[in-house]
Design a protein. Structure first.
Length: 193
């Protein structure tokens, strides 16, 4: 592997990767192995570039697992032994929630049937709460999975088809707005239980 020699460059990339966790982006795979003392290496393979932080080689966690573990802040709406749900930090619409199985599996078709069934039941409960909280025309449900290699269901209050377009995601939503949406959804979720 070709080593990055500049300390400043290593620190910048390390900070970025710690924020991202494990993310697959087009022809790049970014992986993080958490460690307090790490080296960053870049290795190039035919048609694949891999950036890896090498350290304690333990289990590799996705950003979603880190949110669930409390390593990264998140607006947690639901937690049980099979899945968890939290508000998207770049919502397409207010109340946009991700339902994520605890098991780190990349493609939903590879999940055990009981996990798929349970995640859909939780998504339905959250959708009912979104309907009451935000009064949209419909609740959209989408599984795409290109952003993070960990199955996640997008449960989105929608009023038209453009509300299912990630190009319309709001990166400027404040923490206060997300907290307000979370509290509103939690109140409605307890009513639907």
């Amino acid at each position: 592997p070709k080593r990055i020699h500049t300390k400043r460059g290593m620190q910048r990339i390390r900070r970025t990767l710690i924020k991202l966790g494990t993310v697959k982006i087009l022809s790049f795979i970014i992986s993080i192995y958490p460690s307090s003392n790490t080296d960053i290496h870049i290795s190039a393979w035919p048609r694949l570039t891999k950036v890896v932080i090498l350290g304690k080689l333990g289990s590799m966690s996705t950003i979603f697992t880190k949110i669930h573990a409390g390593e990264i802040p998140g607006h947690m709406l639901w937690e049980d032994s099979t899945c968890f749900a939290f508000l998207d930090i770049r919502p397409i619409n207010r109340g946009h929630t991700l339902v994520v199985p605890i098991q780190e599996i990349d493609m939903w078709i590879d999940l055990p049937e009981e996990t798929v069934s349970h995640c859909l039941k939780v998504a339905k409960l959250i959708g009912e709460a979104q309907m009451e909280a935000f009064k949209p025309k419909r609740i959209g449900l989408m599984i795409a999975g290109f952003e993070v290699p960990h199955v996640h269901l997008h449960v989105i209050p929608i009023n038209n088809m453009s509300h299912l377009d990630f190009a319309n995601a709001n990166a400027d939503i404040s923490n206060d707005e997300l907290t307000e949406d979370l509290n509103h959804l939690k109140n409605c979720l307890t009513k639907t239980d």
